[in-house]
Design a protein around this ligand. Structure first.
Ligand SMILES: [Zn+2]
Ligand SMILES: [Zn+2]
Length: 426
């Protein structure tokens, strides 16, 4: 078999190609380069022609999760080529593009995306399936996008473990270590391909989501009017916020229609035996500026409201700001700090998000940041490599080009297996 890695030394936009000796070819992720400064980054593969050429002769594309830096080029995939993603991930993607298909002038574009997504095949977690002579077993892992997967690939008598993006400090965090023994992954992997976002990072927070839930509860108890800016498809973060409110003062929970529906999709897939993601136990209110009953309720009872940086929310806020007294109000920023950090040379800085947050500060609202990384810490990556104990090669992808797996402090034996080769023949 042959493994080819595209763009391994950057965070996001990673693409992995696996081809069996008999010629079966699959891709793991077709990620778009991450946006810079809030604007789309250029990407050499962002065209039908480039993806047609790249995927020529392939039988399937396997997506680990729905972040754009992993699935962002799906719309260029030729019609006959099979694409796979998690079942909940597929539903969330369809929901997103159905919502976007209402944007005037964009109807046709997103209708096309929807048609393509409707043809997507879905994973059955823990159950293997075959593409030609390649066998794939998807394992659900904790990450900052709902329904993320690690993939185990068996091909030509060799085994490859591709971690996708993962972490062990979410609500389903330790799950990744729990599947290693029952599925005979431990000591049985030849090549391990791991994400390395946080290698060498000492500044980013790695606190558990359960710790964040407590911090959210403290803030919600302290302020009557609480706005939270967070990702709309990060099930763990939504649980931290929604759960904190439910377990403390139970203020009216307000979202827009899009966010509410996403939460209902997540709730529909929640495990009844576990106390997470049951966002339908008390349904959020879907905000509408002309709903005066709701405005009255929000003014008098207070609220926890999920917001995004968009024109729609700017309109909503014009109506909501007069309901709030500044000394009883706060804005919680619950995303990557880099987006609103206006340091010089910070390429992640997003001036639109920065201005959006500033308007709350200018009104005298308290400002809090409650966030933890969606990615594994260096120690967790090290622990996973040590537990899997790959026989032949260890490859780091989805990492800063200045960082290498060598800095993890692995044993000499494991360190000797790290390779920076972009093509491997096994
Ligand atoms: Zn990623
Ligand atoms: Zn991701």
């Amino acid at each position: 078999m042959r493994i080819t890695l595209y763009r391994p030394n950057q965070i996001g936009g990673c693409i992995t190609e696996i081809e069996s000796a008999a010629g079966t070819k699959v891709f793991i992720d077709l990620g778009h380069n991450l946006p810079r400064g809030g604007e789309d980054a250029p990407d050499e593969y962002d065209s039908d022609e480039a993806i047609m050429e790249l995927t020529l002769g392939a039988q399937a594309i396997l997506y680990t999760h729905i972040h754009g830096d992993h699935i962002g080029l799906f719309n260029h995939v030729p019609d006959g080529l099979k694409q796979y993603v998690g079942p909940l991930a597929k539903e969330l993607m369809l929901h997103k593009y159905k919502h976007m298909s209402h944007i005037p002038g964009e109807e046709e574009l997103y209708e096309g995306y929807i048609k393509q997504l409707e043809r997507f095949e879905v994973y059955d977690k823990g159950h293997e399936f075959k593409i030609g002579d390649i066998t794939i077993t998807p394992f659900q892992v904790s990450h900052s996008a709902a329904d993320s997967y690690m993939l185990l690939i068996d091909c030509d008598g060799k085994t490859v473990l591709h971690t996708g993006d993962f972490r062990d400090h979410g609500y389903m965090g330790t799950g990744v270590f729990k599947v290693l023994e029952p599925y005979h992954i431990k000591d049985n992997v030849d090549v391990m391909i791991t994400e390395g976002t946080n290698i060498g990072n000492t500044s980013k927070s790695m606190r558990k989501e359960s710790t964040l839930k407590k911090e959210f509860a403290d803030v919600i108890k302290q302020y009557k009017y609480v706005f939270v800016m967070c990702s709309s498809t990060d099930a763990d973060r939504l649980e931290s916020i929604y759960g904190a409110n439910m377990q403390s003062v139970k203020r009216p929970f307000i979202t827009d229609g899009y966010q509410k529906e996403a939460m209902m999709i997540l709730a529909g897939a929640a495990d009844n035996k576990r106390p997470f993601y049951h966002f339908d136990s008390v349904e959020p209110y879907s905000y509408c500026p002309t709903n005066e009953k709701l405005n009255w309720l929000m003014k008098n009872k207070g609220f926890v409201m999920l917001i995004r940086c968009s024109d729609k929310f700017k309109r909503f806020l014009e109506k909501i700001f007069p309901l709030c007294t500044p000394e009883q109000s706060c804005i919680v920023y619950s995303q990557y700090h880099g987006y609103i950090d206006n340091r010089k040379d910070n390429t992640a800085f997003n001036p639109i998000a920065y201005d959006f947050i500033q308007q709350f500060k200018e009104r005298g609202f308290a400002f809090h940041e409650i966030h933890t990384s969606g990615h594994a810490s260096a120690e967790t990556i090290k622990k996973l490599i040590e537990t899997v104990n790959p026989k032949q090669s260890i490859i780091g992808i989805h990492k800063d080009e200045r960082q290498t797996l060598e800095s993890l402090g692995l044993s000499d034996e494991l360190r000797g297996k790290i390779t920076a080769k972009q093509t491997l023949e096994l």
